[in-house]
Ligand binder design. Structure first.
Ligand code: PLP
Length: 370
């Protein structure tokens, strides 16, 4: 079976975890700090607070940016549910916005139109999702938002290594949130991070992840109603080696994405993703022609020994959001189409060109018969 994704965990990574376990320092200690430092060294700017998941990172970034009950947050409609769930848990209302049909991310034009439609002062923040590692035009979106005082949070769960407008993601916005779930670029099992150039925001995230505790000259006090979203040190230990190898992994993923583009460019039963510079290719998703049953393709590909999957969800379609807002596909044609027909193919650094050829040939055979 050619797997869809496969974490790159080596003996040295496990040995590092064992060392931490043997030390007895298990939570929010020196290894967590070392991982935070390694992450900011990798992105090249800002401060970092690691937390217990990507969802926790989004929740805390919203709270630290001052998003409060009654606020409205514009959210890309094509993403994982956690993007909007974090908004709901901050007490705010998500306002969905359609994405580009070939990059799968928000465009400044779509954001501008949705903000205008919502009306002056109706939106307090935007969550830009760099879905599958594809860089959204974040500099222009931040400019748009900055002109009106709107906060911008990047959902970079899939975008470690993504470069947008000349910088690693997180540079232009209020904060970027990463996930270290096993399906992501590097993994801590469960885990996440907030990176920002706003030191005050990161301090607030650090306080909120740790019960709202503030260290004072004469002890501690609880200055916020915080949460427990801390990461353990043995989780951080698992990721340090992966991060050291990640520059190489990233280069290989970019190479392999190019191989897929070349192998599939003449396949007229599917559309290829646009490959903007700076893409980190956490996932490679194609879009099948509308008359093809995607779920059948997934089942048939499995029979051929190739694991594939759908890409992400159109949030307005999910049961919870559909009951809450009752919206139809009419406003979100691209997200609906990507949700129905998106097909993610295997992509990670340890695959070779021959395996990608096998995937492409299997897909061709399956499409001949569905
Ligand atoms: C775009 C996006 N946002 C947020 C998340 C949530 O991350 P986590 O699973 O680490 O909570 C994910 C993870 O699947 C994701 O893909």
């Amino acid at each position: 079976m050619i797997r869809l994704a496969s974490p790159d965990i080596r003996d040295a990574d496990i040995a590092r975890c064992n060392e931490v376990l043997a030390s007895g320092n298990l939570v929010q200690g020196a290894t967590v700090e070392a991982f935070e430092q390694a992450l900011t060294d990798f992105t090249g700017f800002g401060e970092c607070a690691v937390v217990s998941s990507g969802t926790a990172a989004l929740h805390l970034a919203l709270l630290a940016a001052g998003i409060a009950p009654g606020d409205r947050v514009l959210v890309a409609d094509f993403t994982f549910a956690a993007t909007a769930n974090a908004v709901v848990h901050a007490g705010a209302e998500p306002l969905f916005c359609d994405v580009h049909p070939a990059t799968y991310v928000l465009t400044p034009e779509a954001v501008e139109a949705r903000l205008a439609e919502a009306g002056n002062g109706a939106v307090q923040a935007i969550i830009v999702v760099h879905e599958f590692g594809c860089p959204a035009d974040i500099e222009r979106i931040c400019k748009l938002a900055g002109d009106t005082g709107i906060r911008v949070i990047e959902d970079a769960a899939c975008a470690l290594g993504t470069v947008a407008d000349g910088h690693h993601v997180g540079y232009y916005s209020d904060a970027a949130c990463f996930s270290f779930h096993p399906r992501k670029a590097i993994t801590t099992g469960e885990g996440g991070a907030v990176i920002s150039r706003d030191m005050k925001l990161v301090e607030r995230v650090r306080r909120l992840r740790n019960h709202g505790i503030e260290r004072l000259a004469d002890g501690i006090d609880f200055t916020d109603a915080g949460l427990n979203y801390r990461m353990t040190d043995f989780q951080a230990a698992l990721a340090i080696g992966q991060l050291q190898r990640y520059t190489q992994e990233l280069a290989r993923r970019r190479e392999l994405a190019g191989v897929y583009q070349a192998l599939l460019e003449n396949e007229d039963r599917l559309a290829l993703p646009l490959p903007p510079a700076g893409h980190s290719w956490q996932s490679y998703m194609v879009v099948l022609a509308p008359d093809i049953d995607r779920n059948r393709v997934i089942a048939r590909m499995r029979e051929q020994g190739v694991e594939t999957n759908l890409g992400a969800q159109a949030l307005h379609r999910l049961d919870y959001y559909s009951r809450r807002y009752g919206e139809t596909d009419e406003r979100y044609p691209s997200a609906a189409r990507l949700y129905d027909s998106g097909l993610v193919l295997p992509l990670y650094g340890r695959l070779d060109e021959r395996q990608l050829e096998t995937v492409a040939q299997s897909l061709g055979r399956v499409l001949d018969h569905v």
